[in-house]
Ligand binder design. Structure first.
Ligand code: ZN
Length: 200
C-alpha cells in the first residue's frame, strides 16, 4: 500500500494501476480535494466531468458511478462514498486569476498550479487544466439554477474510495482557497488542511 500525505495547499501525483483502489481522506474534515486523473500511458486522455454527466445523469459523483475520460472510456468507479455525497464536479480548479478576481494581491497557491507542479515532477507538461472532481465541497445547484456554496459540513475522517479501471496518474490538490467571500465557503473556517491519499 502507498500512503501519501498531501500537505495543506499543495498537490501530489500518484500512480494507480488498473484494479487498484484509491482512497482520499480529509483527516480534519471540510477540506476540498480537487481530483484529476490521466491515462498513465497517454496523458492527453483525462477524466472529464462533463462527459461523465451524460452517462451518470448527475452533476455530482455518487457511490457506484463510473467516471469517464474525454474519450468516453471508463476511468474510475466510485466504490465508497464516506462523505455523504458532499462533492461537486462543476467548479473549475482555482487559479491565480480567480484569487485576483476576489481581490487578492500577489501570488496565491492554487489547485491549477498544484496540478502543473505535480505532473511536471513526473515529466508531463499540462497545457489544459481539466475540470476537476471536487471532493468534500458543499457546492450545489438550486432549483432556479443558482450555484451556492454554504459552510462545509464534511466530518473529520470523511473519505471517498475509487477503483481504477485503467492505469492512471491521479493528482490530488488540497484546495488553498482561504478568502472570505460572502455566501461562498469552500473549506473550514480555520483554513486549508492536509489530505491523505492511499493506494492499495
Ligand atoms: Zn482550489
Amino acid at each position: 500500500m502507498t500512503v501519501v500525505t498531501v500537505p495543506a495547499r499543495e498537490g501530489r501525483a500518484v500512480h494507480v494501476q488498473e484494479g487498484q483502489h484509491l482512497r482520499i481522506t480529509t483527516p480534519k474534515g471540510a477540506q476540498a480535494a480537487d481530483f484529476f486523473a490521466f491515462n498513465a500511458h497517454n496523458v492527453n486522455e483525462w477524466l472529464s466531468a462533463n462527459h461523465t454527466w451524460v452517462t451518470t445523469f448527475c452533476v455530482k459523483p455518487r457511490e457506484g458511478d463510473t467516471l469517464i475520460s474525454r474519450f468516453r472510456r471508463p476511468m474510475v468507479t466510485m466504490v465508497k462514498d464516506g462523505a455523504e455525497g458532499v462533492h461537486d464536479m462543476l467548479i473549475a480548479a482555482c487559479d491565480q486569476f480567480r484569487y485576483e478576481f476576489f481581490g487578492h494581491k500577489g501570488p496565491h497557491a492554487s489547485c491549477s498550479e498544484n496540478l502543473c507542479v505535480a505532473m511536471r515532477r513526473l515529466g508531463h507538461i499540462v497545457d489544459v487544466i481539466p475540470q476537476p472532481i471536487n471532493f468534500f465541497t458543499n457546492t450545489r445547484v438550486e432549483v432556479d439554477g443558482r450555484l451556492v456554496s454554504p459552510p462545509n459540513p464534511v466530518a473529520p475522517g470523511a473519505f471517498v474510495e475509487m477503483k481504477a479501471l485503467m492505469d492512471l496518474i491521479c493528482v490530488v490538490s488540497s484546495c488553498p482557497f482561504d478568502l472570505k467571500v460572502d455566501g461562498w465557503t469552500i473549506n473550514a473556517g480555520q483554513g486549508p488542511t492536509e489530505l491523505l491519499v492511499e493506494v492499495r
